[in-house]
Design a protein around this ligand. Sequence first.
Ligand SMILES: [Zn+2]
Length: 319
Amino acid sequence: MKRILLGLAVFMVFIGNAQKSETMNTIAVSIDDIKATVSFLASDNINGRDTGSDGIDKAATYIEKQLASFEVKPYYETYRDHFKVKALDAYNVVGFLEGNDPELKKEVVIIGAHYDHIGLRAKVVNGDTIANGANDNASGTATVLAMAKYFGKAKTNKRSIIFALFSAEEMGLKGSKHLAERLSNEKLNMYTMINYEMMGVPFTDRSYQAMITGYDLSNMGEVLNDHVGKELFGKSDEAVKYNLFKRSDNYAFYTQFKKPAQTISTCDLTNFDFYHHVDDEADKMDYDFMATIINDLFPAMEGMINAPTQEIKMNISND
Ligand SMILES: [Zn+2]
């Protein structure tokens, strides 16, 4: 009798898990997927994705093909949102996935990352001059593409999502500034903006996995932790010290929209030795870690995107 009951209980748990994890299992990001994206974007063939280079054109084309294959449509006539940096032709890559709720789909969540990097260096280090930018920010780009794949396949998003890959971040946050101004002029109804930066290497000395810049500016950290059911996100004192909130592509969205617009990152410059260095290479990324954290990020993003009300709010609304 005991045996049968136990067997039955195990069977019920098995069925329960199978049902619960059906979507997650089929849509979960794989280590191979992440590795393929980072390896392509950070390969020597792409020459460090400097704005205006042939390499960044190849990177943009790769991103466009990925978005199209996930059924994420171009936000404008094409995926490319063009702007100029002096004489250089630059372009963000911008995709769109409409929400499935008739009311909530009028509100938009922007998920972004810069895909440019600093290109070729004058100084030769061990025969290498290519700053490949694997952590900065092929890893963030791969994170956004994983989100695009997840929501493109699942189509569970009630709010609409813009997937934005920015150029010319390394030239002074130019791409995000251009797009934030453009979307603001077009009266976009933005709820939040989440920017991903340097997601390729874990912290080793924290209770949390990822930091959120400008942590105290909103309740984003607490709300997202609630959706994941654990302390995935935390506050980094280093990020406060270096004011990282103002040093990435979230900032232009905050200044234009005065809504929660923050960067999620697993690096605050204390745990990676190759920032803006030719050794920021694909083989230095921890793909096991990346796949694990991205799979944890899905419920955080999905919870926020599908919440019935705008639960993430600014605490302080000054500049
Ligand atoms: Zn960066």
